[in-house]
Design a protein around this ligand. Structure first.
Ligand SMILES: CCCCCCCC/C=C\CCCCCCCC(=O)N[C@@H](COP(=O)(O)O)[C@H](O)/C=C/CCCCCCCCCCCCC
Length: 211
């Protein structure tokens, strides 16, 4: 992963994560999240409790991918099939498989919905729009439903430390603001497609509420 964040690289990783037959490669899905974590880290320490959680989840998935059963973790589809067929998922309460690939990826999948909503708000925002409001609205429409009160409060405090829209656009490293908006327009359909494929797969297998 390069030091400086680039929105273009996020776009490329999510593009690479889709196979020809619309499976999602975990390796590139993870790379997309790593890029996003590097963006979040550049915003300051107030976000470190969030990035630590994402890094931890990325690490769990990377361990599966590089482990002895790694060939089953190439795509989200193969992971779901392998873990379900081999009873490797805690379906109702956390017990013998508290950190399965399926439940770990589900947490990132829910966060991808937040990202999709946030980026769409950013793309269509006006110059005087507040990133903290866009971020918090996107959060309340998605991830907040899955978080307890304490986390929601901590996240609310972190949102107040977000830089303004102009700084945000600059950190994306994608040219002037018109170019950023254009690149967001290019990235969003890909992010939405990856999200929807995963959502459908998880829904079909009753995995959307994994503990
Ligand atoms: C294209 C560039 C512009 C946008 C860049 C955004 C970069 C964002 C990078 C990461 C987003 C955060 C992803 C959060 C994943 C959260 C996963 C989760 O829900 N974890 C909780 C449940 O896990 P388990 O306990 O069941 O294992 C965990 O409890 C949560 C811990 C921390 C709180 C997570 C809050 C997420 C808020 C999302 C907003 C992030 C704001 C970043 C601002 C740029």
């Amino acid at each position: 992963m390069a030091d400086t964040f680039s929105l273009q690289r996020v776009l490329e990783t999510f593009r690479s994560s889709l196979s020809e037959n619309k499976e999602v490669y975990i390796k590139y899905y993870i790379s997309g999240w790593k890029e996003l974590v590097s963006f979040m880290n550049s915003l300051g320490n107030v976000f470190s409790f969030i990035s630590k959680d994402v890094v931890c989840k990325i690490q769990i998935l990377e361990n599966f991918l590089s482990g002895e059963n790694g060939s089953h973790y190439v795509t989200i589809q193969s992971m779901v099939k392998y873990e379900l067929e081999n009873d490797l998922v805690d379906l109702t309460k956390r017990s013998s498989h508290p950190e399965s690939g399926c439940r770990t990826l589900l947490r990132l999948h829910r966060a991808l919905r937040w990202l999709e909503l946030f980026l769409e708000k950013l793309r269509t925002s006006s110059e005087d729009s507040k990133t903290s409001v866009m971020c918090s609205d996107a959060y309340n429409e998605s991830l907040a439903h899955h978080h307890p009160w304490l986390i929601r409060k901590a996240v609310g405090v972190a949102f107040c430390a977000l830089p303004g829209r102009n700084t945000f656009f600059d950190v994306m490293n994608a040219g002037d603001h018109t170019q950023v908006v254009a690149l967001l327009g290019e990235s969003l359909p890909l992010i939405s497609e990856v999200y929807q494929i995963t959502e459908d797969l998880y829904a079909k297998n009753n995995l959307l509420e994994l503990p």
